[in-house]
Design a binder for this molecule. Structure first.
Ligand SMILES: [Zn+2]
Length: 101
């Protein structure tokens, strides 16, 4: 189904708002505690807190929101992989990680 311009405009507005929320959460004590584990949510590689990025489990573009339950610390390598992989490939990647645990 094609989206009309109004919906696209609304989506863009929501994504802007959610990005702003994420920026604010990044400054919060909650996020500091979250990163203090010094490991990536996905691959659990030990990573210094300041090198962990904030990642949306469900991307904003897919309807995810900047809520605490949807935000996880992610290492640079997973972040890059996530960007380069299709959603389905990323899910397979996560499955593989789970099996190795
Ligand atoms: Zn990782």
């Amino acid at each position: 189904m094609q989206k009309n311009d109004w919906q696209t405009e609304q989506d863009a507005k929501i994504i802007r708002q959610e990005k702003q929320k994420a920026r604010e959460l990044r400054k919060s004590q909650w996020w500091k505690n979250r990163r203090a584990g010094n490991s990536c949510y996905y691959c659990e590689t030990p990573t210094p807190a300041r090198q962990l990025t904030m990642d949306h489990l469900v991307p904003l573009a897919r309807g995810g929101r900047s809520v605490k339950s949807n935000l996880v610390p992610c290492c640079k390598s997973c972040n890059t992989q996530k960007k380069n992989l299709l959603t389905i490939e990323w899910i397979e990647f996560l499955e593989k990680i789970k099996k190795n645990k």
